[in-house]
Write a protein of this length. Sequence first.
Length: 358
Amino acid sequence: MRPRPFPAARAVLAAAALVAPAVLPAGPALADDGAAQPAAGASASASSAPAASGFTIEDPRIKESSGLAASRTHPGVYWTHNDSGDGAYVYAVDSSTGRTVATVTLAGIEPRDVEAISIGPDGDIYLGDIGDNFGGRWPEVWIYRFPEPKTLKDTTLTPIRYTVRYDDGPRDAESLMVHPRTGRVYIVSKKRSSKGALYEAPERLSASGVNVFRRTADINLWATDGAFSPDGTRLVVRGYFDAREYRWQDGRPQEIGSPAVPLQRQGESVTFTADGRALMYGSEGKRSTVQPVTLDDDLLPDSVPKRADEGKNGDGGSRASSGSGTDGGNRTLFIGAGALAVAAAAAVGLRRLLRRRD
């Protein structure tokens, strides 16, 4: 997303990423393949189920990964795209290697600010050209739709283009979600001076007219991405440092907890794994990492069976807990804020030292 944080803020974020290991509590260690492993003292049963694997995006063309979607057709593959300025490209990344295994070029469009990606129940990929860096200047934005390729190879496709407007005026947004059961499309606007909100598309999108998205609920978060669980019973919306998860009932979100969020340089994307057991968080930057957080309790989608050991102590903090948000996610946010404070203090100290040397 653009504009970028002020230089000072970016320096603090970078410093926070460096000091975070010293500030954050012990969490799951990562094996060589990036898979989350139980911390010391974790029960044997906690490691019996396969863990979600993190990975690094190796493609040098992917410098501003802004959206993430787990493939429905190709296990272990995640679709992503750059922010504004890259062109009409979508990339398929193999999570086992971090390498791009297919590039889709979209013909006949000139993207302005692509911010989000989602996959519908029909297997089609939806790409959200919905960013508005001026906080609501563009009278309309667009969604591009094309079928997920059955074979992973470089290809060129002509997408369906949908024109989008909001019922209460232009908005900046970075989160687009397609419900995996109904196929209905939703957008979450980005909180700025007022609350962000969830917007609902018409039941069926029209390629020939304007699709007016209707505001249906407040989402009080500086939202950078969102995703439905594979069974459609959960919605997660993330910001830079925190996230909210909602039970999806009768087309409306009911907040149930705050999943943990890893501290990242510029947290931009989130998606559920194909089995719904974990969230995958992505960030911008060259060789950016995609990091998993395992879910438990009410944060698990309804169709995902709970493991026998869930709810017990001793798992070393390797899972995201549910609740009102006073634990789990808010604790992560608090610690992340602490890391930022430490980084800010270090930056100030360094600046004073340099001035003395001058």
